[in-house]
Write a protein that binds this ligand. Structure first.
Ligand code: TXA
Ligand code: MG
Length: 325
């Protein structure tokens, strides 16, 4: 075990916060069995305390320490997708602190698919409660630098250590599926799609749980840059850019095509036309452009296809919450 991982696990045991990479986004971790440690997460993020946290586990063998009445479907999904970007909502064990579950009778659990996260969880040998390591309502961090920018190190009630595992492979948050009801339901879409889940479950999960108030990621204002943000069709992108130039404004563009215009008031960032590549880069690009003090950011609207569903979900929320800064 590396000295860095050993130190991080020791800090968790002492009730400190450790930010760590996962395959989706960086998490802000605390010992999930320690309510005082978990309380520090809410303070550091500025997050309302009734919003539940996901418990990250080193392996599926830890599942029954956190969840009870675990259905077969949970084990089937775990076998198919863990370690990986899937969170299961299950009935909780009575020992799970209310601080983690928001006082609900359920708990969210996942085994993350990132080597550093797994090393940390194995060294710690317990559950680590971790939301995305950003200030409440901001865009989730996908690099260690983003975490530093969001939360800094060693402030009051703040982060004791940030583990650097490079840029996150997936780039947007895990799919959340609720297995506590008669039918499985997706609470938050992610890069593991309803069809992927359906292949394992033998039946597509229901949707429509996405507006459940207890899923903080479902609040409209989430994942939002402070610069005004618009999602536009390709031809309208160019129109918006010309309009900005005519008003002598600086504009940011995120689109798969190369910039057809050359002007120093345009900050144009090309992004992949494939869903996986787009998800990988979108948060970092939004964050970069948001830091430039532009009048507006325009993102070319992705296809309305099933494999883009999670991306479209995050982009719509980003648009809804943008411009507040
Ligand atoms: O990919 C991810 O899931 C990342 C990485 C760090 O694992 N984590 C993440 O955490 O996105 P957070 O806290 O930003 O979002 C977790 C979502 C929240 O919307 C929360 O309300 C929901 O999971 N959640 C957690 N426990 C729940 C429960 N028992 N019932 C319903 N929703 C729950
Ligand atoms: Mg979050």
């Amino acid at each position: 075990m590396s000295p860095e991982i050993e130190k991080a696990a020791a800090l968790l045991r002492q009730g400190e916060l450790v930010a760590f990479p996962t395959e989706t986004v960086y998490g802000l971790g605390a010992d999930a069995s320690n309510p005082e440690a978990v309380a520090k997460i809410f303070a550091a993020k500025g997050r309302p305390v009734d919003h539940p946290l996901i418990v990250h586990l080193p392996g599926v063998e830890h599942l029954d320490r956190w969840a009870r009445e675990i259905p077969e479907t949970a084990y089937a999904l775990a076998k198919a997708f863990w370690p990986g970007p899937l969170t299961l909502i299950l009935k909780r064990q009575p020992n799970v602190p209310d601080a983690v579950t928001g006082g609900q009778d359920t708990v969210g659990v996942r085994v993350p698919g990132h080597p550093l996260a797994l090393e940390l969880l194995k060294a710690f040998d317990g559950g680590v409660a971790a939301p995305s390591a950003n200030r409440f309502g901001h865009v989730s961090p996908t690099t260690a630098q983003h975490v530093h920018d969001e939360l800094g190190e060693r402030g009051n009630n703040s982060v004791a250590m940030v583990l650097d595992g490079g840029p996150c492979r997936v780039g947007i948050e895990s799919t959340i599926v609720d297995l506590t009801g008669p039918q499985s339901r997706i609470l938050r879409p992610g890069m593991i799609s309803a069809a992927d889940l359906g292949r394992v479950l033998g039946r597509a999960p229901g949707t429509g749980g996405e507006s459940a108030p207890r899923v903080s990621g479902s609040l409209e204002s989430h994942y939002a840059p402070s610069t005004d943000l618009a999602l536009l069709q390709p031809d309208v992108v160019i129109f918006a850019v010309r309009e900005a130039l005519a008003a002598d404004q600086r504009i940011g563009v995120i689109a798969p095509m190369a910039s057809p215009l050359s002007d120093e008031r345009i900050v144009w960032r090309q992004i992949s036309g494939e869903a996986a590549g787009f998800a990988h880069d979108i948060y970092a690009l939004l964050r970069e452009l948001d830091g430039l003090g532009l009048s507006r950011i325009v993102v070319q609207k992705p296809p309305q296809a099933e494999n883009w569903r999670a991306i479209n979900d995050r982009l719509q929320r980003a648009v809804a919450g943008s411009g507040a800064g």
